[in-house]
Design a protein around this ligand. Structure first.
Ligand code: ATP
Length: 367
């Protein structure tokens, strides 16, 4: 049974519709991220769930209890929703020590002193913050502040945790570390997490389910692998990663296998959702740079093996990124570093037909 259910959520600010009819169901214990560019309505959705904003329309229920309903006129106040929230800037109280910050949600809920001390110490220990109880936020590193904010969200045993870009103030290395730590913590605690981010790496790495948002609406929702490998349209394909996408016409289509011509080039692939295509139908052929192999020899032949010219080579340490031209088509490829290929070389590039998705041109849309 779904734990968090959001139905037809709408939030307007004057003439701006920040959230435009969002609906989803989240299973208990799952890690769900809302991913999208700045201004797409992620934060507003999260604030509506927390009770920090009042939606104009819709219903929100948690564990079968309605916490907001525009029709039934229900709006449970923030402190009675029993949710833990971690904000981008952590929102720690600067004049309170680490101990007092973490204890705050318990004091508001009138827990007893001994219970407060027990719970705060338990959280600080779990997050490796013991010994820092008396420090003020300004005396902590960014990573430590982030963990204090996390301890404060966890301390009153809420089953639902809401995160709004909690890693964006960390530098790249700390953020990478924090991704692994958050993932471990989620596994250990089994809490339901809704996580807002504009960073696709965070969403791909941590989520059980990700929802890609645009202009107040969800464009696609599913497990990260599914969203990454089978994006429904160009917007999703390019927001969660890099994409090669060529326009072509179907030459054969049978049992989900499709052949198409892209100019003079013949390409084979798999129809998204086993859809049937007509011969002559206009389609997009979509494949990721990392499934595009670059062979130093031009002798390699076979299905989906094409001679291409190397336009640029970027050495990125463990990986090398290539830009190639195949007829009039620009193709990107990424692979573990190899030293022999240079700009201007003729090479063969190949893609396994199972890694090429065929999507109807009318569905592909704008980025
Ligand atoms: P970011 O990643 O930049 O935080 P977001 O996807 O979380 O972006 P929201 O903060 O939810 O986006 O904003 C969605 C839209 O609503 C934007 O157009 C924003 O300008 C507008 N908006 C948000 N809060 C308010 C407000 N308090 N008053 C007026 N407009 C607002």
């Amino acid at each position: 049974m779904s734990y968090l259910v959001v139905q037809n959520l709408v939030k307007r600010y004057g003439g701006v519709t920040a959230v435009d009819g969002v609906s989803y169901r989240i299973e208990q214990g799952s890690f769900v991220s809302l991913l999208g560019p700045s201004g797409c309505g992620k934060t507003t959705t999260l604030r509506c769930i927390a009770g920090l904003e009042t939606p104009d329309e819709g219903t929100i229920s948690v564990a079968d209890k309605v916490v907001f309903s525009s029709d039934a006129n229900v709006n449970v106040p923030v402190h009675r929703r029993k949710m833990g929230v971690v904000f981008q800037n952590y929102a720690l109280w600067p004049h309170m020590t680490v101990f007092e910050n973490v204890a705050f949600p318990l004091r508001v809920r009138r827990y007893q002193r001994t219970e407060i001390a027990r719970r705060v110490h338990e959280q600080l220990e779990m997050l490796g913050l013991q010994g820092l109880e008396r420090r003020f936020p300004s005396q902590l590193s960014g990573g430590q502040q982030q963990r204090v904010a996390l301890a404060r969200a966890l301390v009153h045993d809420s089953d639902l945790l809401l995160f709004d870009e909690p890693l964006s103030n960390l530098d790249a290395k700390l953020r990478e570390q924090a991704i692994f730590e958050l993932k471990k913590l989620h596994k250990k605690l089994g809490k339901t997490i809704v996580y807002v981010t504009h960073n696709q790496v965070e969403a791909l790495a941590m989520s059980d389910v990700m929802a890609v948002m645009k202009e107040g609406a969800i464009r696609q929702m599913g497990p990260p692998r599914e969203v990454y490998n089978e994006p429904e349209d160009q917007y999703v394909a390019t927001f969660v990663g890099k994409a090669n996408a060529a326009r072509g016409r179907v030459t054969t289509s049978e049992d989900g296998r499709v052949s198409a011509s892209v100019g003079d080039v013949a390409v084979e692939g798999v129809a998204q959702h086993d859809r049937m295509f007509r011969v002559g139908e206009e389609v997009r052929l979509f494949f990721r740079p990392e499934v595009t192999r670059v062979h130093a020899s031009t002798e390699v032949t076979g299905t989906n093996a094409w001679v291409a010219k190397v336009d640029s080579v970027a050495f990125l340490g463990e990986q090398t990124e290539f830009e190639l031209s195949l007829g009039g088509l620009a193709v990107r490829a990424v692979q573990l570093s190899m030293s022999t290929i240079r700009e201007g070389d003729l090479v063969v590039i190949s893609v396994n037909p199972n890694d090429v998705r065929i999507v109807a041109e009318s569905q592909w849309g704008e980025a």
